[in-house]
Ligand binder design. Structure first.
Ligand code: F1P
Length: 365
């Protein structure tokens, strides 16, 4: 594989490779400080939790909401901040909002938090990698993960670190000591697997690029598919889409051809059903990449490429590790196409909207 220059992408690849050690730093600070229990005492217990974000942070919100319901049994959903601003009816009180923002400055998320706290009088939670940001001023409770901040525009370690922090909050809420133990063990289990992940992705990218990158996942892995789609779009300007795995049969599979790279994030809960989609799509001629905790003969028969995570943690805790594959795929596809992932086309680190008027929102009749 030839890269246009050795200096390109240096920040992004370094930040991806630093994820396990960053997780260790963020999780130990969080778990050893007693902060999670204090936050859980203050936040509302028995209402719907609503995770809010923009861009990658919205896809993070999707994984966090799915994790929250699975771990605590409390209803949860994810919503882009813009929906709250434009359709406030979609954000009914009472609810427990969690605002997710690496920068803490994105206009839509700041306004949505302002609306929740000032207009609706809801005590919310913000999670950010920034310091001294508007979101920290506005929200009643804040989780700060400064070690996870990045130089690069695209979110990588900030994404997975904030995800693990929210999964830890859910585990604390559910008094699940075993899940917290799994999260603490995750970095040590994932670190030695990065080389293998990277090698498989590089061998795939080395051979060719594709007209269409499709990512498939269910439950918490749907958000993983969404974020992987965005990483490939942002870093390589390729056409990429994401679907719930079984949803792909209901029409979108019309696009399948050898020009299509289908990436399957297999779950434990849907393993057998998801593999049958894999087999069907292979028969239709797709090129397939499978990320699974275990790879069996059925997968090997239909996977052109596969990455076996073999992590000794519950499936929800594997989402952060699975996202890294999508980050590598976006990075190496971008480098191969002559882009610089550190400076993605058309993008800025933070989306700040000029003159976006704040003020309270009235539901349209
Ligand atoms: C995150 C975000 C990213 C996007 C780009 C611009 O905003 O929208 O999702 O990839 O980097 O910023 P935030 O998490 O800082 O609010």
């Amino acid at each position: 594989m030839t890269f246009s220059s050795s200096t390109e992408g240096v920040h992004t690849i370094a930040e991806i490779l630093s994820e396990p050690q960053t997780w260790t730093r963020c999780l130990s600070e969080l778990l050893d400080s007693g902060q999670l229990a204090k936050i859980n005492e203050k936040l509302n217990k028995n209402v719907e939790w609503v995770f809010v974000g923009c861009g990658s942070s919205f896809y993070l919100a999707q994984i966090a909401a799915s994790s929250w319901s699975i771990l605590t049994g409390i209803p949860a959903r994810a919503i882009p901040a813009s929906e709250i601003l434009l359709f406030p009816e979609l954000f009914p009180a009472p609810c427990q909002p969690v605002f997710i923002s690496r920068s803490g400055r994105t206009s839509e998320i700041v306004e949505a938090a302002q609306y929740a706290e000032s207009d609706l009088g809801i005590q919310s939670l913000a999670i950010t990698c920034g310091i001294g940001t508007p979101i920290e001023e506005i929200c009643s409770n804040v989780i700060r993960l400064s070690p996870a901040d990045e130089k690069s525009t695209v979110m990588t370690r900030s994404f997975t670190s904030m995800l693990l922090a929210l999964q830890a909050l859910a585990a604390d809420r559910a008094s699940s000591k075993s899940f917290l133990t799994s999260l603490r063990a995750l970095p040590t289990q994932v670190a030695p697997r990065l080389d293998g992940m990277q090698a498989t992705v590089r061998s795939l990218v080395d051979k060719r690029t594709y007209a269409d990158y499709v990512f498939l996942g269910q439950g918490p892995f749907f958000g993983v598919a969404q974020e992987s789609m965005l990483k490939v779009k942002e870093m390589s300007c390729s056409y990429a889409q994401a679907f719930h795995t079984l949803e792909f049969r209901h029409g979108p599979k019309a696009i399948v051809s050898p020009e299509t790279l289908l990436t399957f994030f297999l779950s434990e809960s849907g393993f057998a059903d998801e593999i049958s989609v894999l087999q069907e799509m292979k028969e239709l001629g797709a090129t397939t990449l499978v990320i699974s905790n275990s790879i069996n003969a059925a997968i090997r028969a239909s996977a052109d490429y596969s990455i076996e995570l073999s992590l000794d943690v519950p499936q929800v805790a594997r989402a952060a590790a699975a996202v890294i594959t999508g980050q590598f795929l976006g990075f190496y596809t971008g480098m191969r196409k002559g882009f610089n992932p550190d400076r993605p086309r058309n993008l800025s680190r933070v989306v700040m909207l000029d003159g976006r008027n704040g003020g309270s929102r009235r539901a349209a009749t």
